[in-house]
Write a protein that binds this ligand. Structure first.
Ligand code: FES
Ligand SMILES: [Fe+2]
Length: 463
């Protein structure tokens, strides 16, 4: 059934310089989007304002800046920010633009500094962004017009969730809880399940792909269809799946108007031989056979403290394995068969940061539970590097398509072709499904990705 959306009173479709409005680019009733959106410079500029300056953006993990005064420089849409650790748990996100004359205050990628001093004229700032002072103080070189309290670095709102650092420049926008919405129940299973939480296993891989950020990000909204063709080898090679990819292996897709999406896949269906008798095993036995990344059976008491019984059962039997968060995050939780016959769980997060209408920066973090044995962390890092990111077998497939779509979006004919999301799940919600949000059973359809576009539409047309 087509989902027709009432336009809210706050709906206002901006018009691009050539007279095209957002409502011309996306046909909400027909579930189509013009390919032009994948390369248009004016639309890109609007997205930076209406999406990346207004929503929560993932910048990294607190384990990347573990010590007092550690910092790292990251991109937040088209703006660059410094992520600093102050005293204790304090994490700050500061615009890396000197309020004096616009120089980058921090020119390194990461390090440890008690104060951040601009190399141009020497204005200095505390780790929380407050103005500290300027050289030749007796000459009052910071000026006579503004108090020092107005000369600090611009600060973003910060939320540390499961150790993940999110920031938002819109002080009046959604709270982080509103941003996660009904999908939080599922994300808690992945990021907030143990006493000491996750650890980023080293700095993330970062590399540039010549593609629009949306080509990667809408795929991250749990596109399962492409796995059959683009990743065909996964079903044929190395024991990733035993047999053909079928509806029962796609699992249940969960999504909502937040634009977030996850696919919860039954693990026993994937590894029928290895997991024979899985359903009758105890939780400890299941965790030992198919451990989520870094989770050992010794951690079971911790899991029980952080998750409710329905979450714990789903984590072990049918965990969220692939999906994302609006606007530009991919979550991959993969079970990788090992040469010794065991299965290793891997967790990786990507952000696809816009770096122009036809460029994105792919950032790949690899995670394990902080309390996991070092030997397990080492194996996870090594195996993930071979599967995902720069050298990853799986993502060499994915990142092959995005530049082609971006190139096609520039053609005078190609730009008018529409992306189609018209495969609609018509099955009822799975019986006894324990979690919130929309839940779709059966073969993967286009609903999760369409919710991603609806969220894009909501933000692009918000007053
Ligand atoms: S631009 Fe930074 S001190 Fe002048
Ligand atoms: Fe893929």
């Amino acid at each position: 059934m087509l989902k027709t959306l009432p336009k809210s009173p706050k709906h206002k479709s901006p018009v691009l310089p050539d007279g095209t409005s957002i409502d011309d680019l996306i046909n909400v009733d027909m579930r189509e989007v013009q390919l032009r959106v994948m390369a248009d410079k004016d639309l890109y500029d609007l997205e930076m304002e209406k999406i990346f300056s207004k929503t929560w953006v993932l910048l990294g993990h607190e384990s990347e800046i573990p010590n007092e005064f550690d910092y790292m420089v990251r991109e937040m849409g088209a703006d660059q920010v410094i992520v600093t650790r102050g005293k204790g748990d304090e994490v700050n996100v500061l615009l890396n633009v000197c309020p004096h004359r616009g120089m980058r205050v921090c020119t390194a990628e990461a390090g440890n500094k008690r104060t951040h001093k601009c190399i141009y004229h020497g204005w200095a700032f505390k780790t929380n962004g407050d103005f500290l002072g300027s050289p030749v103080a007796k000459e009052q070189m910071h000026g006579d017009m503004r108090p020092k309290s107005e000369l600090g670095l611009t600060k973003a709102n910060v939320k540390v969730y499961g150790g993940l650092i999110f920031a938002n420049f819109d002080a009046d926008g959604q709270t982080f809880e509103e941003y996660l919405g009904d999908m939080k129940w599922y994300y808690d299973m992945l990021f907030c399940r143990t006493d000491n939480g996750l650890e980023a296993l080293g700095p993330p891989q970062r590399f540039i792909i010549n593609a629009n950020w949306k080509a990667a990000s809408e795929q991250a909204a749990a596109d399962g269809y492409h796995t059959i063709t683009l990743h065909q080898w996964l079903g044929e090679f190395g024991g990733f799946n035993e047999g053909d990819i079928e509806a029962s292996m796609m699992g249940v897709e969960v999504t909502s108007r937040t634009g977030h999406a996850l696919r919860c896949q039954p693990v026993a269906n994937k590894f029928k031989k290895l997991a024979a008798g899985f359903d009758s095993m105890t939780l400890e036995e299941k965790l030992e056979l198919l451990p989520p990344p870094g989770v050992t059976k010794e951690m079971l008491p911790q899991l029980k403290n952080h998750l409710d019984p329905e979450q714990l059962a789903l984590l072990v039997d049918q965990p969220p394995q692939v999906g994302g968060m609006f606007p530009n995050i991919l979550i991959a939780f993969i079970y990788a068969p090992q040469p010794d016959g065991t299965i290793l769980g891997l967790t990786s997060l990507h952000s696809y940061t816009p770096r122009g209408p036809d460029k994105l920066e792919f950032t790949n973090w690899i995670f394990a539970e902080k309390d996991a044995p070092q030997e397990m962390k080492d194996r996870i890092r090594k195996v993930t590097t071979g599967m995902l990111g720069t050298s990853g077998m799986i993502e060499q497939d994915d990142s092959d398509t995005w530049p082609h779509m971006t190139r096609n979006a520039k053609g005078p004919m190609g730009k008018n072709v529409t992306l189609k999301y018209q495969a609609i799940n018509s099955l009822p919600r799975p019986k006894d499904w324990p979690g919130p949000a929309e839940a779709y059973d059966g073969f993967t359809k286009d609903d999760t990705q369409w919710n991603w576009w609806l969220r894009w539409y909501d933000m692009m047309t918000a007053e």
